[in-house]
Design a binder for this molecule. Structure first.
Ligand code: 5AD
Ligand code: SF4
Length: 449
């Protein structure tokens, strides 16, 4: 987990107006945290950026002839065992778009003047396309690393990694740089591991991935929904969960699985991050508050009792009071069963770190407290609503009090019950008697006790 940076050399050739000179400086700034320092000679650059100008006639042709020369430098570098990335920015990039890459295939990326803040993302993608990974100037933070969280190798409930990496490039997040692009484990390997787990007494698996619902197995059609249906057939495996999902990848098939596959538990962790469209856009989330709310509606139509969980960031750069109020409003409309809330943490090298309007810590603190208070009320309300119901509980471990077992409801609530040890590993109907914020207390139906 080192934060060391491999130094890289950046050459920028600027054409045209003062605006382009300014933009070139900004590009150098956003690339510095990724290890890029300036060089005066294109020959030894790791990254060459042509910041072009469209104002004079034949400017475009001039860019192509320049690119021809740089292409030869790139070839020489490749022959010497090195690599060079070529980017075209500025007004010619804007006007010609992808056409540039068709005419000059040595060009790795084209970026218009509106998208310079995305340069780190675009460069990371170009590197990945060559099988390289950027050594970014930040260490992955375990707190944000869904794959590292709370692994439980033994017991009746197990985690099973099916997917890694992320292509979403939320502007606050290090994962796409540190973990690389989305990768899915073959379905056959997942199934084999799930069968082995079931043979060892595992009754519940939680499928893990940074973008688990983007699961796209090389050996199976139909994404995560198909995988869930396949695993649901394994004898002994009675409960399936998955985390973490992106709203963008929540497709109809997966929603249908929630309606149709009894083994798929009625719990969904679907981070929204914020409720203001302006902030969501700056976060590069690719959804709006409204589209998220509609999605939740569709999911609830398929599975009305589903427990919804989420992640929130408060104090994202540029977040105003009204934006934060929109987050509270979205939370009120959704009604969360549980949630994780974070104060925005500035990660050098991510686009958000360079955004204006960084929020004062006291302001972020105050917002976090208000959000937590609302979410805690909702969590209590969700738990209270189970009182009097009889729920199937999977007993996982012995409790702190003698004769007590602790299990999980379908909604992932911890349930404390007086029950004999022989019920460990079993799914047993439990009548819920009372609800606290973080757990339920219940009793076995008489005939089982
Ligand atoms: N600051 C605060 N929270 C973050 N997360 C990811 N990156 C940051 C950051 N820079 C949160 C998001 C994500 C969760 C795993 O961690 O809410 O969904
Ligand atoms: Fe990070 Fe966004 Fe990818 Fe989640 S979806 S891992 S927050 S970039």
């Amino acid at each position: 987990m080192s934060g060391s940076v491999t130094p890289k050399r950046l050459f920028i050739k600027t054409y045209g107006c003062q605006m382009n000179v300014y933009d070139s400086e900004r590009m150098a700034d956003v690339l510095a945290p990724l290890g890029y320092g300036m060089t005066d000679t294109p020959e030894d650059a790791d990254l060459v950026v042509l910041n072009t100008c469209h104002i004079r006639e034949k400017a475009t042709e001039k860019v192509y002839s320049e690119l021809g020369q740089i292409k030869r430098m790139k070839q020489a570098r490749a022959e010497a065992g090195g690599a060079m990335t070529i980017a075209v920015a500025g007004c010619v990039a804007q006007a010609e778009g992808e056409e540039i890459m068709r005419r000059q295939p040595a060009v790795d990326l084209v970026v218009g003047p509106q998208a310079y803040h995305q340069l780190p993302e675009l460069i990371a993608r170009a590197h990945r396309a060559r099988g390289e990974r950027l050594a970014a100037d930040f260490a992955p933070d375990e707190k944000f690393d869904a794959l590292g969280a709370g692994r439980r190798p033994s017991g009746v409930s197990a985690f099973l990694t099916v997917q890694e990496g992320c292509d979403k490039f939320c502007t606050f997040c290090v994962v796409p740089y540190t973990r690389g692009g989305e990768w899915s484990r073959p379905a056959a390997a997942v199934e084999a591991e799930a069968r082995a787990l079931a043979d060892m007494g595992v009754r519940e698996v939680t499928l893990l991935g940074q973008n688990v619902n983007a699961y796209a197995a090389p050996d199976m059609q139909g994404g995560l929904a198909a995988l869930v249906r396949r695993l649901a057939k394994i004898p002994g495996l009675d409960r399936i969960r998955y985390t973490t999902s992106h709203p963008r990848d929540m497709d109809e098939a997966l929603i249908a699985a929630h309606a149709e596959v009894p083994e798929l538990m009625p719990y969904l962790h679907l981070p929204v991050q914020a409720g203001s469209d302006r902030v969501l856009k700056a976060m590069n989330r690719a959804h709006t508050a409204e589209s998220y709310l509609r999605l939740i509606e569709t999911i609830r139509a398929a599975r009305p009792d589903i427990a919804i969980s989420g992640d929130f960031i408060v104090g994202f750069p540029g977040e105003r009071d009204a934006d934060f109020e929109a987050t509270l409003q979205l939370v009120r409309e959704v009604g969360y069963a549980s949630a994780f809330s974070f104060k925005y943490s500035r990660r050098p090298g991510t686009p958000a770190a360079a955004m204006p309007g960084q929020v004062a810590p006291e302001v972020a603190d105050e917002r976090l407290q208000r959000l937590l208070a609302l979410l805690e009320t909702q969590q209590q309300a969700f738990n209270d609503a189970q009182a009097g119901r009889t729920l199937p509980v999977l007993f996982e471990k012995v409790g702190r009090h003698p004769g007590q077992l602790i299990g999980r409801s379908p909604y992932l609530q911890a349930v404390h019950v007086t029950a004999p040890d022989r019920m460990l590993g079993q799914i047993v109907p439990v009548k819920v008697q009372s609800a606290a914020r973080n757990s339920l207390a219940g009793a076995l139906e008489l005939e089982q006790a």
